[in-house]
Design a protein. Structure first.
Length: 321
């Protein structure tokens, strides 16, 4: 696409935002009823975006119907239930199979109420523009709340991204044309590369692995990225929270309460995104998020200790680039 490309060239049908999200039950339980989690989730401001989001969002990847071909009915049921449960943060990517298409079938009527994020793995301006155009069409929307550079793994990629014809030009032009509100960088391979990206450009957010196995990896993300993100008031979204369930193997954590509790208790982490295999699993995860309370240092240390024997299997994704 040329530099003079405007929103008109996208030929995107404007979506009428005439209906909102069906919220969670409005009935408040008595304080003494500790068996039932609160009806709503804690919310946090996502760094310098200034946007307040619930601490739990729905991820569109993982080994779930949300990114599998031929599973539109199952994916649609999960997405609809997410809206009913009050989830407002939805995360997907151009290369998550049919994920954007599935979201685009359900989310448009709630568009004004949600925070919609997608990603591009193209490192050049023109390639990123083409993916943005496709993402907007598949998601059936005329803008993204957050557009992210996907799985940035090597310093050489940063050099390409920030070159005169690099993807950063597409990010800047997309913001100027109001196709994108905020921009971010994501990665699960090398924390130093993500940190360097955050130093080189004023990204609004970063999406990184945050789980209790991270500290045992030779190149941990948390001590490298979180302090820098806090210093720059960058929104931090946690991914790989249960490590595709591998943290729950024998000898590991005893459930999502520990996995999510650990991630959301890290200083500077604002929210997490987790996919769901079924509606029931989504409901369970939402209940955990609703009941979340920040863990003490002692509790965090105990959770870390439980992953000491399973960390290698639980950080397998660190090899992905």
């Amino acid at each position: 696409m040329s530099g003079n490309t405007t929103r008109r060239n996208f030929l995107i049908t404007s979506v009428a935002v005439t209906s909102g999200i069906v919220g969670a039950s409005a009935l408040q339980q008595k304080a003494a009823d500790t068996a039932t989690p609160p009806a709503t989730m804690l919310e946090r401001v996502l760094g310098r975006t200034g946007v307040q989001v619930p601490i739990f969002g729905l991820g569109g990847a993982g080994q779930t119907p949300l990114s599998w071909q031929g599973r539109e009915r199952d994916a649609g049921a999960i997405i609809k239930k997410a809206l009913e449960l009050g989830i407002r943060y939805f995360d997907t990517a151009a290369d998550y199979g049919p994920s954007e298409d599935y979201f685009g079938k359900v989310l448009p009527l709630a568009r004004s109420k949600i925070f919609l994020a997608s990603k591009t793995d193209k490192r050049d301006r023109d390639g990123a523009w083409r993916e943005l155009e496709r993402s907007l069409k598949r998601l059936n929307t005329d803008y993204l709340d957050l557009w992210q550079l996907h799985h940035v793994s090597f310093r050489e990629e940063l050099n390409t991204i920030f070159s005169s014809s690099g993807a950063v030009k597409a990010l800047e032009e997309a913001i100027q044309q109001k196709l994108v509100r905020f921009v971010g960088i994501t990665g699960h391979h090398d924390p130093e590369v993500i940190a360097e990206g955050l130093r080189r450009y004023p990204f609004h957010t970063t999406l990184i692995p945050v789980n209790s196995a991270d500290k045992y990896h030779p190149r941990p993300f948390l001590p490298v990225v979180l302090p820098l993100a806090q210093q720059k008031n960058i929104g931090v979204i946690a991914m790989k929270v249960p490590a595709y369930g591998r943290l729950f193997k024998p000898g590991g954590l005893n459930g999502m309460q520990q996995a999510m509790g650990y991630s959301l208790s890290q200083p500077g982490v604002h929210c997490c995104v987790i996919a769901a295999e079924t509606v029931k699993q989504l409901e369970d995860n939402v209940n955990v998020a609703r009941a979340f309370q920040s863990l003490s240092n002692k509790e965090l240390a105990a959770i870390e200790q439980r992953t000491a024997a399973v960390w290698e299997d639980s950080t397998f994704f660190r090899a992905w680039t």
